[in-house]
Design a protein around this ligand. Structure first.
Ligand code: DLL
Length: 435
């Protein structure tokens, strides 16, 4: 592979060696944060723990969790483990409420970050021959810069388009012969839709691979993107608090995202009790960074719900894989007492002929109970169909939703193009409950 970043030493390490490396790096990280970050020092002291007490990976479970609230309380620089003079980059997370969380990188962190991104891009099939079009917004969001530097580390040509401007994206894609598309999966669909509107044959484009992340998406959505853009669509995961993109990414086998375990320890916990769950169980992903300087994270609660696969992968990587997330525990809807993730609804809708891949979930409170309305775009022929046929279609969708979720929802069919398209992360849930 041309200039690809395939780090066999770390990506294919026997488990025992990997765990030894993790332990050494964990101990170094704990020493660093205990010395330099007041928040960790206080938390460890409260539990009467000193870094030397952690002598095996299983001791990790004795350490306290770090939450978004800790980061808020230490806004903006309180969690940094190096003086600001050593920080060369600052990003922040897209908080919807309150202050954003601020994260920093040293020069070494930036090199490490680029390398981790280059690794998952390579795993997805990107080489130095590629022309990479980045449609994430450049700015405080880690998506664009992360993929940008990763592409350069591979030696590929980067087109830093940034977010939005869909017509221009398509023109550039045609003229510059982009071979790799980078962005959110929902924006990939918005692009596909516009390409179809202009009657451009996707086969006439040079696109081969899509690297999508930043938001949850279902297998059904992957199939839709692959078919409409005629590419291989891969998933990658990360979060700004932990590094940004580069935490995990799919290889060509697309069966779970390989976690960069030489850089992060992944645990799955019960979100209610905080207890560490056995291998293979579904729960909340907790991440500990192992080689970050400016912004180390100890047992950070991601709120993302997933499970880990430890079986060997056909690609040769020994790194564990995380399954597609079901969503965030704080996105989980509780409808009449039943836990529902938006991703479950997406799976159902995408499998029904005539449903467009655009939907919105509207939560309302009637009396004391929550109700869910699902607005879905349907193809023109269904929308303009006679009432009787439309009714039958509606009933079919409601039935399928009910049997998949175990709880009913009201479905509303809406006109094509009436649900807002997003350039970045899609906003699927509108909460109209007055709590
Ligand atoms: O979204 C980092 C990123 C950018 C990852 C580009 C991949 C590609 P934040 O804005 O801090 O950072 O949002 C992090 O987004 O906790 C997940 O809930 C969600 N998320 C990110 N990637 C995925 C994915 C970036 N592939 C939050 N699947 C995370 C599901 C994802 N959810």
């Amino acid at each position: 592979m041309n200039n690809a970043v395939w780090d066999a030493q770390h990506e294919c390490m026997p488990r025992e060696e990997l765990e030894q490396l993790q332990l050494e790096r964990l101990q170094a990280t704990l020493n660093r944060v205990y010395k330099n970050v007041r928040c960790y020092q206080n938390k460890f002291n409260e539990l009467g723990i000193v870094p030397e007490d952690i002598t095996s990976l299983s001791d990790l479970a004795r350490l306290p969790f770090t939450t978004k609230e800790d980061l808020r309380l230490n806004y903006p620089y309180g969690m940094f483990a190096v003086p600001l003079s050593e920080v060369v980059r600052i990003h922040s997370s897209s908080g919807t409420t309150g202050k954003p969380t601020v994260v920093g990188y040293t020069k070494h962190d930036l090199r490490n970050w680029s390398n981790l991104v280059a690794r998952f891009m390579t795993a997805a099939g990107v080489t130095s021959e590629d022309v990479i079009q980045i449609t994430f917004g450049y700015g405080m969001f880690t998506g664009a810069f992360g993929l940008h530097y990763g592409s350069e580390a591979i030696g590929a040509a980067v087109i830093p388009m940034g977010g939005g401007n869909t017509d221009k994206q398509i023109m550039i894609m045609q003229d510059y012969k982009s071979t790799v598309l980078v962005g959110t999966p929902s924006y990939a669909l918005a692009l596909a839709e516009r390409i179809e509107k202009y009657k451009i044959d996707p086969g006439s484009l040079s696109l081969k691979v899509g690297l999508f992340g930043g938001e949850p998406w279902s297998e059904a959505m992957r199939a839709e993107i692959e078919q409409r853009l005629q590419i291989s669509a891969t998933d990658n995961y990360g979060l700004s608090e932990v590094i940004g993109p580069g935490v995990a990414g799919e290889c060509q086998y697309k069966h779970g995202m390989h976690i960069a375990e030489d850089a992060f320890i992944a645990e799955i916990i019960d979100p209610e009790t905080g207890e560490v769950l056995p291998q293979g169980a579904v729960g909340e992903l907790v991440l500990t960074s192992l080689n970050k300087e400016a912004f180390p994270m100890i047992r950070y609660r991601t709120r993302d719900i997933t499970s880990l696969i430890y079986e060997p992968c056909s690609c040769g990587r020994t790194l564990a894989r995380m399954k597609k997330t079901m969503g965030r525990s704080d996105d989980m809807l509780i409808i009449k007492g039943v836990n529902v993730f938006p991703s479950q609804i997406e799976e159902v809708l995408f499998a029904i002929e005539g449903c467009e891949p655009h939907y919105q979930l509207i939560l309302k409170r009637i009396g004391t109970s929550d109700t869910l309305e699902i607005d879905i775009e349907v193809t023109e022929n269904i929308f303009f169909d006679e009432m009787k046929k439309q009714r039958a279609f509606l009933e079919l969708v409601e039935r399928k939703i009910h049997s998949a979720l175990g709880v009913g929802a009201t479905v509303k069919l809406v006109e094509p193009n009436s649900i807002p398209r997003h350039e970045g992360k899609a906003q699927r849930v509108l909460d109209q409950r007055e709590l």
